[in-house]
Design a protein around this ligand. Structure first.
Ligand code: ADP
Length: 675
């Protein structure tokens, strides 16, 4: 099975040879090899040439020996016949025959003559002439030779062409016939040197060599070229020593130098060299390809190792028997067991919690038999220290290159942190709900406290007025009635406030009805003026004619206007009297040009000439319980903004160019269907 690589990548780079010139040694070796391959045939050629030369020398020696032998044998035979002549002169006829026979059987001998010690011709082989002439001719041929030493007991050979009957390739030899150590006669033999060569040199030698006999002056005396002329490549000179005469036997082989290219060895060397070069190139290419593949593999391995090491998910591979074949570092860290102790291990595994063992075994058996498709499941694992932790496991089959399943690859996610976070989030949510409930209650209490302040204060002042009237004798009962009527109205208002705040805080749909803002403003004006009057503030109400109606909760909107006007009045406590002016403006403005809602809106502005709002205060203006006043609750603006947003509007403020502040909000004009 394709066992996944262990994350520890051992980078073992393939280097043909270490050092800065890795190719130097192979190249040198190859060059050396080629040099030897080239040198070998050359050497072989040289050896062959030497062999031929040596062979020629040996053969020449053999030929010289053969010539010598032939000459010596002739000499001995002739001397023997000569002695017999001297000893038995009576048998001259027989001996003469023997001499003739000898000359006939030895073609190299052209002529023979035997003289006694008185230089009288005993017998000669010139039979064509008459005897007298013959004797004279022989006498002239031999006895008048200048260098002749007739009394010498040693044989003597001469080269002479002076005599007419001696051809130029001839040689005359004198063999003394000794009797009791004394020269008793001389036997002369004329040799045909050309015939000597032709007869004595064996044919096989003559076929391969040009044989020349040279005299002392290097003149050619005889030549045999049966196999053709010599090539002057292999030559040898050998002295042919005859009694008192020496020749040079020159042999010249007809063989040329061994041809290099025709040599089978050379051919095989060339082929071998070509094969070697070709295989080297192929090897070079193969190595390059391997190096490239290895580089890519190493890169991929490094990438995979980095990827596997960076994974927080544990990875585990098992074969079909459940044996662990691979674990990544994250998995080892998760369970606290090193990879060496895990890889190759069969179930039960060290990370199996004993209490869940049965479940593991059952699941694995099912996976192996294929009765269940592997899918993500949660289980419990055990760390090396015995700690249990929840894991989420995904299994997927491992398939080899033939498509055969060889095991399983699993990704294991330690979900203990996730579970902890889920638990924390649940607890947090519960707390939030509790807080929200508390906050709602608190908000409601604050709003009630804030909003009831005004009606209660008004009731208190009306009832105080009523009591004062009662105490005054003869006071007008209608005044008392009016004061009590107003107190009752404020009490009813307080009741409505409570109801409306309650609804609002619980975020229920409040009673939004089409309202004429003009009416609404007029209804709150008495209360506004009551407060303004006591603060010596002039109130100016500017309401545009024919304002469209808006869909709103009347009580909430009244509270907003009352809160904003009260803040404006309180802000002008230190404003010079002549500037104490509160302006309330209501007008229609177009819908948002940029937005989708183009419904016209009605805008309300509360403008004062008070102390204004600094940047610092502006930042926390709408925060609950933020107040700069000693007796302030800091809830007014917060409630106002919530109420306006609840109506789909937006409460904002900006500085009044004349000094003071402008608070403003707008509400969408209600459409006919809504009204
Ligand atoms: P409270 O009136 O109880 O202080 P608010 O939420 O109504 O609470 O107002 C918060 C603060 O905003 C005020 O204490 C005041 O400092 C500032 N403020 C509100 N309206 C104005 C105004 N028209 N001019 C100047 N300051 C204002």
């Amino acid at each position: 099975m394709p066992i996944p690589r262990q994350p520890t990548i051992v980078s073992r780079r393939f280097t043909p040879l270490k050092g800065s010139f890795p190719w130097l040694l192979p190249i040198v070796l190859v060059l050396l090899f080629l040099a030897i391959l080239i040198w070998l045939p050359w050497q072989a050629q040289r050896m062959e040439a030497n062999e031929r030369q040596e062979q020629l020398i040996a053969d020449t020696l053999w030929v010289e020996q053969a010539l010598q032998f032939q000459f010596t044998r002739n000499q001995e035979n002739l001397s023997l016949i000569g002695q017999e002549f001297i000893n038995k002169p009576g048998e001259a006829t027989t001996l003469n025959e023997r001499l003739r026979l000898f000359a006939t059987s030895n073609h190299e001998i052209q002529q023979l003559a035997l003289f006694d010690k008185h230089q009288q011709l005993i017998v000669g082989t010139l039979s064509a002439l008459n005897e007298q002439n013959q004797r004279e001719t022989l006498r002239q041929s031999y006895l008048q030779l200048p260098e002749l030493q007739l009394q010498s007991s040693k044989s003597q050979c001469l080269r002479t062409t002076a005599q007419s009957n001696i051809t130029k390739d001839s040689m005359i030899c004198r063999f003394p016939i000794l009797l009791n150590g004394e020269v008793a006669g001389n036997l002369f033999a004329t040799y045909r040197l050309q015939t000597l060569l032709d007869e004595t040199v064996p044919w096989w030698f003559a076929q391969e060599n040009e044989i020349t006999l040279l005299d002392a002056d290097e003149k050619v005396i005889a030549k045999r070229t049966a196999g053709g002329p010599g090539k002057n490549v292999y030559t040898h000179n050998r002295a042919l020593e005859l009694p008192q005469l020496s020749f040079t036997l020159h042999t010249n082989s007809i063989k040329t130098e061994p041809k290099l290219l025709s040599n089978l060895l050379v051919l095989s060397v060339v082929l071998l060299s070509l094969g070697l070069v070709w295989s080297l190139i192929a090897l070079w290419r193969d190595i390059n390809r391997r190096l490239r593949a290895e580089g890519a593999l190493r890169k991929e391995a490094a990438f995979r190792a980095a990827m596997e090491n960076s994974l927080v998910t544990g990875l585990r591979a098992r074969d079909m028997e459940g044996r662990l074949t691979y674990v990544n570092p994250s998995f080892c860290n998760m369970i606290g067991v090193p990879a060496e102790e895990l890889v190759g291990r069969l179930p039960p595994m060290p990370y199996w919690a004993p209490e869940v063992k049965e479940e593991y075994e059952q699941r694995f058996a099912q996976i192996l038999t294929g009765t269940v498709q592997p899918e993500a499941y949660e289980t419990i694992y055990q760390r090396a220290n015995g700690e249990r932790f929840p894991v989420l496991i995904h299994e997927s089959p491992l398939v080899d290159e033939h498509g055969k399943q060889t095991g399983w690859m699993s990704s294991i996610l330690d979900v203990s942190e996730l579970k902890r976070a889920e638990e924390l989030s649940r607890q947090h949510e519960e707390k939030l709900h509790a807080n929200a409930r508390l906050a709602t209650m608190g908000e409601m209490a604050s709003m009630l406290a804030h909003e009831l302040n005004q009606p209660l204060a008004a009731i208190s002042s009306y009832t105080t007025g009523a009591l004062n009237l009662l105490e005054q004798q003869g006071s007008d009962p209608s005044l008392l009635h009016a004061a009590l009527e107003k107190a009752r109205a404020q009490a009813q208002r307080a009741g409505q406030v409570i109801k409306s705040v309650h609804e609002f805080v619980r975020k229920r749909e409040t009673a939004r009805v089409p309202l004429q803002l003009e009416e609404l403003l007029h209804s709150v004006m008495p209360l506004v003026e009551l407060q303004a009057h006591s603060a010596h503030i002039h109130v100016q109400l500017d309401i545009e004619a024919r304002l469209p109606t808006v869909l709103a909760d009347k009580v909430l909107l009244e509270q907003v206007v009352l809160n904003l006007t009260r803040n404006a009045i309180e802000a002008m406590q230190n404003t010079p009297f002549e500037q104490r002016q509160l302006q309330i403006i209501a007008r229609q403005i177009p819908g948002e040009a940029s937005g989708f809602d183009t419904t016209p809106r009605v805008q309300i502005q509360i403008i004062d000439r008070g102390h204004g709002i600094s940047q610092e205060i502006a930042e926390s203006l709408f925060s609950p319980f933020f107040s700069t006043k000693s007796s302030g609750m800091g809830m007014g603006l917060n409630i106002c903004r919530t109420a306006i947003e609840f109506h789909g509007g937006n409460l904002s403020h900006r500085a009044n160019p004349q000094g003071g502040t402008i608070f403003e909000f707008s509400l969408a004009a209600s459409t006919s269907t809504e009204t």
